[in-house]
Design a protein around this ligand. Sequence first.
Ligand SMILES: Nc1ncnc2c1ncn2[C@@H]1O[C@H](COP(=O)(O)OP(=O)(O)OP(=O)(O)O)[C@@H](O)[C@H]1O
Ligand SMILES: [Mg+2]
Length: 385
Amino acid sequence: MTALTATKTDVLDALRQIIDPDLGRDIVSLGFITKSAVCDGLVDVVINLTTPACPVKDKMKAEAERLLRALPGVTSVKVEMTAEVKGGSRPARQLAPGVRHIIAVSSGKGGVGKSTVTVNLAVALAQTGARVGVMDSDVYGPDIPMMMGLVGQPETTAERQLIPKVRHGVSTMSIGYLLPEDKPVVWRGPMVHKLIEQFLGDVAWGELDYLLVDMPPGTGDAQLSLAQIVPLTGAVLVTTPQAVSTFDVGKAIGMFQQVQVPILGIVENMAGYAIEGRVEGAPSRAMTLRTGLGEIQTTTDAEGRFHAIVDVFGRGGAESLAKRHGFPVLGRVPLNPAVRLGGDAGDPVTLAEPDSAEARAFAEIAGRLAQRVAIREHASLPILE
Ligand SMILES: Nc1ncnc2c1ncn2[C@@H]1O[C@H](COP(=O)(O)OP(=O)(O)OP(=O)(O)O)[C@@H](O)[C@H]1O
Ligand SMILES: [Mg+2]
C-alpha cells in the first residue's frame, strides 16, 4: 500500500505553516495543538489558544481548515478552537490563587471613564468565553454596582467568604454592596489597604482568567496598596484626549513604573464625538458632513443610517504618549451618550448596543488587552520544539 493518505506527521507539518502573529512562532512549536487525530481521511484537530479573546481566532481556524483539506486523501476536516489563559509565570499567589491575571484599570485624573472602561472590557472579555471578574476598589465612589445593574448584599459561603455578585457573565465585588446607600464614609489610607486585602482574600473569586480592578481617581493609596498586596499582570491606563498631556498622566505612569507594574496599554476614552443619524430615502450613499472642524466623509448604510466621529479635541495625543513610554494604544472609544446611558442603566453599551461603534471599540480593546497579556505571559514560558 502506498501512503497516499495523510499521517499525523503530515497534519502537524501542515499546521506548522501557521504562525501566531503576536508570538512570532508556529502554532505547533508553541504547543497549541492539543489533539491531532487522523482516521480514514478524517482529520480532527484541536487548537488551544492562550486567550478566548484572540482577535485572529477565526482567521487561524479558516487557515488550518484550508491547509488540512489540501492534504492527500483527506475527505473531512474538523478544527476546534479552544483557549486556556495561562498564568503560570508568577509564584503562586496566596490571595485569590485561582485568578490568572489581575489587571488594574487606572488613570491620572478622575472622571475620564475608568469604571465605564472596566465594565465594558469585562463584558467584552466574558462574551468571548473568558472567565472574568471586576473588583471595585473605588471606596470613595463605588460605581460598579450601578454600572452592572446590581444591588443588595452579597451572600457568604460556609467559610464566611463573600460570594461575588454575577451579572452579564461577570463576577463582581464592591464596597457599594456592603454599605448603606447615600452614607458617605471617610476612608483613611490603612482602611483602603485593608479593604483591598479583604476583597482579594475574603471573596470567593474561584477560577478566573482576568480580574479587572476599577481604581479610584488619582495615583494614591489604593494604587500603591494593590500593587503591594498582590503581583499584578499590569495596568491599563485610561485617558481622555484633553488629559493625555497633563501632569497627572505622567504621574500615573511614573507611579506604576516605580512599583514595577507594567503598563499593558492606554485607552483613549471620549475620543471624538460620535454623530449618528439617518437620511430618509438615501441608502448606501456617500455624504459629506460639514462641521466646525471641517468636512467629514461618511457613507449611509442600506437603511440610510450614518455614523461619523468629530475629533473635537484633536487626535494623536495618546499615540505619541504611548510611543514615548513604549506601550501601545489599545484603542479609542468615542464620546457618545449611549455609553453613559448604558452605564446609568446597568447594561453596558457593549451589551445594550452591540453593533455600535463604541461596542466594537470595546471588543477590539478587549482583544488587544488579552493579546498583550498572552504575549507577556508567553515571554516567560518555555517553548516546545
Ligand atoms: N465614551 C463615553 N461617552 C459618553 N459618556 C461617557 C463615556 N465614557 C464615560 N462616560 C460617562 O462619563 C462619566 C464618568 O465616567 P466614569 O464614571 O466611568 O469615569 P471614572 O474615571 O471611573 O470616574 P471616577 O474617577 O469618578 O471614578 C460617567 O457618567 C460615564 O457614563
Ligand atoms: Mg470610577
